[in-house]
Write a protein that binds this ligand. Structure first.
Ligand SMILES: NC(=O)c1ccc[n+]([C@@H]2O[C@H](COP(=O)([O-])OP(=O)(O)OC[C@H]3O[C@@H](n4cnc5c(N)ncnc54)[C@H](OP(=O)(O)O)[C@@H]3O)[C@@H](O)[C@H]2O)c1
Length: 324
């Protein structure tokens, strides 16, 4: 089968389109023919081993442990292991296979069934591939860490990227009053996704307006944690999903201390692949409450170009790799 392989850490220049052996499912796995995959920031962090701790966290001190990247996939079940019971050959699925060996940038991959769910009926494979990691991150951040409630004032910082476009829609599905922080060119997109209010971060710093939010979800950008704290209501919650290294470091280091010493809660979310959450998101999509936003599509042979584009940090929604 064809796959995009990284034998060493480095820039997208190290990626090679190669013929490699088609995988064979273990007893508890299924073999999937991939129709589309999507890139996430996690892919380029692993590709570059940036930050360095990736080498320890994922394994692969000197060379990548996961030579075929790609966490988000959509495709059809091709074969099932003898203990795999949920899916049949021919079933259309989507899934989040980070934590299950990665391998989505290829024509076939094997995965455990609990990393997969049936593809939303109203989405193409390309659209379905755009969903898993970004939507699961937004859901777990808003619902599990942010304890989102109807009627709350929720602010999404970085609302125009992969995670942010889902966060706006998922927060709306919980009945929140949503403020999206984006740059000038993305104001209309944020409104069209359902944001009640939009703030142009190139013109206004939301942490300095005197406005309070019950929940702030930071998908991208940077503000010091003290600024986020100032913008939180007295019992507000701040959830950091991504953004600058400093933003992540501050959430990890100071978040627990601020949470212990006051009524505001501050911390981060680390998304975990979870079949229940994939099914939850599939139902939101089928109910018309959430839809993926695709910025660009690339064929497998141009995966390196897709990485370069994503790494620029200005994708408007998701970057998809089309295998059909
Ligand atoms: N914690 C987890 O489990 C988890 C899971 C997935 C992702 N993440 C992290 O979440 C972050 C976002 O991921 P993503 O997939 O959404 O990335 P992405 O798609 O690359 O985000 C790009 C978007 O961010 C916006 N942006 C850039 N600078 C901004 C700023 N200063 N203020 C507001 N928006 C800004 C850009 O808009 P403009 O062009 O208008 O600037 C662009 O639309 C990454 O750091 C990623 O590593 C974490």
């Amino acid at each position: 089968m064809k796959a995009v392989v990284s034998e060493k850490y480095g820039s997208p220049d190290v990626l090679r389109l190669k013929e490699v052996e088609k995988p064979v499912p273990k007893d508890d796995e299924v073999l999937i023919k991939i129709h589309a995959a999507a890139l996430n920031a996690a892919d380029w962090h692993l590709l570059r081993a940036d930050p360095l701790i990736v080498r320890l966290m994922v394994g692969g001190l000197l060379r990548p442990k996961h030579k075929i990247l790609g966490a988000d996939i959509a495709g059809r079940i091709e074969a099932v292991g003898k203990n795999a019971k949920q899916f049949q050959p021919g079933d259309a699925i989507f899934g989040l296979i980070a934590g299950y060996g990665w391998g989505g940038l290829a024509e076939y991959v094997c995965a455990r069934e609990n990393a997969l769910a049936s593809k939303p009926a109203n989405l193409s494979f390309e659209e379905a591939a755009a969903v898993p990691m970004a939507a699961v991150t937004a859901l777990q951040g808003l619902r599990d860490k942010g304890r989102i409630q109807p009627g709350q004032k929720v602010l999404i910082n970085g609302a125009s990227g992969g995670v942010g476009t889902f966060a706006v829609q998922i927060a709306k599905s919980f009945g929140a009053e949503v403020t999206a922080v984006v740059s000038t060119g993305n104001l209309d997109q944020a409104r069209s996704l359902g944001a009640d209010h939009v703030i142009d971060y190139t013109k206004e710093n939301f942490t300095k307006t005197g406005q309070w939010y019950d929940l702030i979800f930071a998908a991208n950008g940077y503000h010091p944690i003290s600024d986020y704290k100032r913008a939180l209501s007295p019992k507000g919650i701040y959830v950091m999903a991504g953004g600058s290294g400093a933003q992540m470091f501050q959430a990890m280091l100071f978040g627990p201390w601020i949470s212990m010493t006051g009524n505001r809660k501050m911390g981060g979310v680390s998304a975990k692949s979870n079949q229940k959450d994939l099914v939850y998101i599939k139902e939101l999509i089928e109910a018309g409450k959430v839809k993926p936003v695709i910025d660009r599509r690339y064929p497998l042979s141009e995966t390196a170009e897709a990485f370069r584009y994503l790494e620029e940090g200005h994708a408007r929604g998701k970057v998809v790799i089309n295998l059909d």
